[in-house]
Design a protein around this ligand. Sequence first.
Ligand code: HEC
Length: 159
Amino acid sequence: MKKTMGWVFGALALAAVIVAAQPSAVFRARPVGNLKQVMWSIAFPSSNIIFDVQKKAPSTADEWATVQNAAIAIAETANLITMPGRLREDGKPVPVQKADWNKYARGLITAGQDCYKAAAAKDQEGVTKCTDGLSEACSNCHEVYRDAPQPAPAKQGKN
Ligand code: HEC
């Protein structure tokens, strides 16, 4: 009897080890790039696509879809830059626990959604208008978290 119980426990322990060794079926979001890389790879090119509409209206459905997609990328950037564990370029953690950081990040959702609506309506004027909110959403955060330690930055073209 004692021996049987030993086998049973042994088998259970082995099963537990096997289960623990399996990769979790649930993918857990985790950062890949640093904050600056997210800015250059997603926020920057996406906002440029939207800003360009001011100069030249998209002429095809595909071109408008590109603008819509850029607006979604801007809104989704809020999720990426509030993800725990992401580091800044200098190796310091992104301050995802700070209330104002989260407020500034949310600004990208509002701006992205406004631009999305205008792009979905193929409305050049609407997109031009939404760019005000968009550049504000970028610079509100940059003023505090990017440019603050530097002497008064020139704002022009620095989004
Ligand atoms: C919630 C804060 C926040 C928001 C919103 C934000 N940024 Fe940033 N951005 C930063 C920080 C902080 C850095 C510095 C990156 C680092 O330290 O790794 C940065 C860096 C950048 C850089 C790199 C500049 C360089 O010196 O190489 C670009 C480009 C950039 N942001 C573009 C944008 C654009 C465009 C938007 C708006 C669509 C935006 N960012 C919105 C916080 C923000």
